[in-house]
Structures are given as C-alpha cells and as structure tokens.
Design a protein around this ligand. Structure first.
Ligand code: CP3
Length: 343
C-alpha cells in the first residue's frame, strides 16, 4: 500500500520536507470554488450535495497536489443536524437561532445521522476520487466553539454570550457540552467508517477562556471525544486545534491524547519545538497574511517555520484558515518552497 506521508507524521515519524495542507484550502480564494459555490445556490446546499461537496474538496488537490484533502463541510452542520436553525447569509457569516440553555434537554445527539447522510455519501465519493498518496481528513467543531455559535446565534469577537452562559449556569452548559461530545463522537466515527484517514477537531475560540474554564470546556471534552472515538476505532488519528491556547497547549496535548496539535502563528517556535513536538506532531503555523502579501514576506515566513520546526514532527499549514483575498499564485509559490526545502 502506498504510504501516505501525512499519516507517517501522525504515527510518530519526522518527515522532511514535511507534508503540507492548508486550513480552508477549498474556499473563496479559488475561482473554481466560487464557480461551484454559485452553482450550488446556498452554502448549506453545497455542503449537503455530495457531488458538489466532492468537487470542491478535490479542487485544491488538483491545483496544488496537497498531501491531505479535507472534507468540504462546516462545523455548523452539527447544530443543523441537532434541529437548530442554521443559515449562512452573504457577507454576514453564519446566523443561528440563539439557544437558551433551558432548551438543551430537547437536543438528541443520536438523531443526527439522517440529516448528515449526504456528508457521509460525500466522504465515500471523495475517497474514491483521491490519489492513493493523499491523506483524507474529516473534521468537526469542538464543543466549546460550536456552543459559542449556538448560544450567541452568530460570530462575536469575544464570545461574551457563551462565556456568560458557562460561568452563570455551569450545570446547564455542561449538558450542552455533553450533547455536543456525544454528537461529535458519533459524527467523526461515521466519517472514519466511510473513508477518512484522520480527523481534526477545530476549537477556534479556545483562546478566550481562563485556565479553569479551558480545563472544563476545551481539554475535558476533547479528551472525551478522543477516547470515545478510539473506543470505536482503536487506531483513530486525531489532530486538535485549540486556537489561541498559548501556554495551555502543552496540557491540551498531554491530557487529551491527540496525535497532533494545530498551532496558530503567534506560538513561538522554540516553545513548540521543545515542549510540544516531543509529545505530538505540530501542525502550522504560517501567518495567513503572508499568503496575502506574497514575495519576501511569504518566503521568509515559510523558511522560519521550516527552520524552527522542521527537525521534529511537522505538518506544514497556516496558523488559521486561508483568507479569501489570498492570491492563488502565492499558494503555488508556498507549496514549491516547502517541497523544495533541503536541510
Ligand atoms: O478547510 C476546508 O477547506 C474545509 C471546509 C471548512 C469550512 N469551514 C468551509 C467554509 C472547514 C474545515 C470549516 C470550519 C469552520 N467553520 C470553523 C473552524 C475553523 C476556522 O476557520 O476557524 C468555523 C469557526 C466555521 C464557522 C463558519 N463557517 C464561519 C464563521 C463562516 C463565515 C466566515 C467565512 O469564512 O466565510 C463559515 C462559512 C464557510 N465555511 C465558508 C467556507 C468555504 C465560506 C462560505 C461561502 O463560501 O460563502
């Protein structure tokens, strides 16, 4: 069997040049994505139409030959599958019907698979369409980050509504997190059964919590998801991405048991090399703005990541998703520079 480079790193090997993929690699910076998106109509229609979700998943693989493809979907399909109203409004981002914690008892995590059936179908189609050497990643949103959108009903800058709910009614909030942990395990386990090689848990808003809240709502749920998934699929490989976790990254890695951790671009390389890479693979951490600017800013950033982290277990990526204004030609330059690197 072809050995998938990224799976080697997730299994404990250091590989140089490192495997590369890019968060949000299928997205609005690509003209071919915008064309398929227009054909689909709504964003959720794109997520729930297996042929179209497959097409946009494969687009960045065709164009750049990344080492991993990530399932095209969104973290908010889980609240949608739990029966909450979710819409994506042009230029506004996601809009949900705000959740009151008193409503949590009505949410049934075992009822999600019907609505998510087209996603599982897309997983099977994508697997069949991928080159043998390409790793296929599934994903879900972490309970904390998904809860922030469910409670506020939209994105906010400081996640004030969810922080207030978690501090003011910890028992009620814990029930919501329990529902999301159960739903996430079931959703990820099914993605693996249908053909993904590994999964990523996106905790975009982990960085707004103090230490004790981070333990409760970021570390503990991720640990339960990893354990629950491995109870079903013992060899499940998991990447955690607690964005903004800073010094708490080390505890996150040790306590959750993830195989790799995504680090944002503010994490110092010496810290990641000395404290994190001995315990897990590191994924990151180029500032997405360097792909917008290109040229020397891009080259220097790429070289710094490779110099700082390339001796250990590294998956090259950005420190967060690529932005719509990034130039596709800059991405090609980035890939060439990583692939051409020599130590
Ligand atoms: O990485 C990929 O290419 C796979 C697809 C993917 C999307 N969203 C597609 C998407 C993934 C992995 C996500 C994750 C996601 N979604 C996160 C966690 C990662 C992160 O970037 O922080 C979050 C917080 C969301 C919720 C979400 N979805 C927001 C806040 C928005 C609006 C902001 C934006 O970037 O437009 C979305 C919409 C969304 N999800 C788009 C895409 C390609 C753009 C929608 C469009 O095409 O109109």
């Amino acid at each position: 069997m072809t050995e998938r480079k990224m799976m080697k790193v997730l299994s404990g090997e250091s590989v140089f040049p490192p495997p590369i993929w890019i968060m949000r690699q299928a997205g609005r910076y690509l003209p071919e994505y915008r064309a398929t998106r227009a054909e689909a109509g709504g964003f959720l229609d794109l997520c729930y139409t297996p042929k179209l979700a497959t097409e946009v998943t494969l687009q960045p693989i065709r164009r750049y030959g990344f080492d991993a493809a990530i399932l095209f979907s969104d973290i908010l399909v889980v609240p949608d599958a739990l029966g909450r109203k979710v819409a994506f409004k042009e230029g506004e981002g996601p809009v949900l019907e705000p959740l009151d914690l008193a409503e949590v008892d009505a949410l049934d995590p075992t009822a999600i698979h019907g609505r998510l059936a087209p996603v599982y179908e897309a997983v099977e189609l994508i697997r069949a369409g991928l080159p043998a050497e390409t790793t296929f990643l599934g994903f879900c949103g972490a309970p904390w980050t998904v809860a922030t959108y469910m409670i506020a009903g939209r994105g906010t800058t400081d996640q004030g509504p969810a922080r207030k709910a978690a501090l003011g009614d910890p028992e009620g909030f814990a029930k919501l997190v329990d529902v999301l942990v159960e739903a996430s395990i079931a959703y990820l386990a099914k993605q693996i059964s249908c053909g993904v090689d590994a999964v990523q848990i996106f905790d975009t808003w982990a960085g707004v919590l103090d230490e004790s809240e981070f333990e409760k709502w970021v570390i503990a749920p991720a640990k339960r998801i990893v354990a629950g998934l491995r109870a079903i699929h013992p060899n499940a490989r998991v990447i955690g991405f607690p964005k903004g976790a800073q010094a708490l990254l080390e505890r996150y890695v040790v306590e959750t048991g993830v195989d790799a951790v995504g680090i944002d671009w503010t994490v110092p390389h010496a810290f990641a090399r000395d404290r994190i890479q001995p315990r897990a693979a590191v994924q990151g951490n180029l500032d997405p703005m360097r792909v917008v600017v290109g040229g020397r800013a891009l080259d220097e950033g790429v070289d710094r990541v490779l110099d700082g982290l390339g001796a250990g277990r590294l998956i090259f990526n950005l420190g967060h998703g690529i932005t719509p204004e990034a130039d596709p030609a800059h991405m090609a330059r980035l890939v060439d520079r990583v692939r051409g690197a020599r130590r």
